[in-house]
Design a protein around this ligand. Structure first.
Ligand code: SF4
Length: 238
């Protein structure tokens, strides 16, 4: 784990809970450098912290380094979380609903900032309930239902050619800014099964409008339907 940790970082959902209120911005942002032995001295640490604070637009950095989290707005706190994750240039960053607690204008700023800074990491795994946000941010989208991937493809492909009944229902429920746009309305009804010890059948079976007999006795595998678009649904291969 000591070798893996410098390669992975996480941005948590709630910037009010995820930053230690007793630590200054300097301590919070430099912590990943210190625990992973990535700096040799204080001067190097200050230089790296100043650089990443500039990157996340908390400038001038000297104005922010010695503040505590309660002296920052929600958006500024989440920028600290982004800086803390990216300062060590990890291979992989899990961003767990990183903008869902922010107000609308700040959300766009933080999202765009994370996109601009994507060269500081190899990849983000971005977790969200909002398909519009996923489409804006991600190259590929995986749609999950009760802990399993139901469909995965490029963001464009998921939005333009959804195949799984659950993906299609999700897309129909996503608001669009055009008041004249007409959409087929698919209401998902039925019981949500427990994700603990789920039965060996399609997890979406109790809510699916397209269900067949086979869906009640066999859990569908993920199958590539072409171009890296994978779907777990019997409709595609029965
Ligand atoms: Fe619906 Fe069957 Fe496909 Fe599951 S496998 S999503 S129940 S059609």
């Amino acid at each position: 784990m000591k070798e893996l940790r410098p390669k992975m970082q996480i941005i948590f959902q709630d910037p009010y809970e995820s930053l230690n209120p007793r630590m200054t911005v300097l301590d919070l942002v430099s912590e990943p450098l210190e625990v992973n032995d990535l700096v040799e001295n204080e001067a190097e640490k200050l230089e790296k912290v100043a650089e990443i604070l500039e990157n996340v637009r908390l400038t001038p950095p000297e104005d922010f380094m010695f503040r505590y989290p309660h002296e920052l707005s929600g958006g500024q706190r989440q920028r600290i979380a982004v800086a803390r994750a990216l300062i060590i240039h990890p291979d992989f960053v899990v961003a767990d609903e990183p903008v869902s607690m922010l107000d609308t204008s700040t959300r766009g700023e933080v999202l765009n900032l994370m996109m601009e800074l994507k060269t500081l990491t190899r990849s983000y795994l971005f977790i969200t309930h909002e398909l519009a946000v996923a489409r804006h941010f991600c190259d590929r989208i995986a749609i999950m239902y009760l802990g399993r991937i139901m469909e995965m493809a490029s963001s464009d492909d998921i939005v333009k050619n959804p195949v799984h009944p659950y993906t299609r229902a999700l897309l129909e429920a996503t608001p669009v800014p055009n008041p004249r746009a007409r959409k087929e309305k698919i209401n998902i009804k039925g019981e949500v099964i427990s994700p603990i010890n789920p039965p060996r059948r399609c997890r979406f079976y109790t809510r699916c409008l397209m269900a067949k007999e086979i869906c009640s006795r066999l859990e569908p595998e993920l199958v590539d339907i072409g171009g890296g678009h994978v779907v777990a649904c019997h409709l595609n291969h029965v």
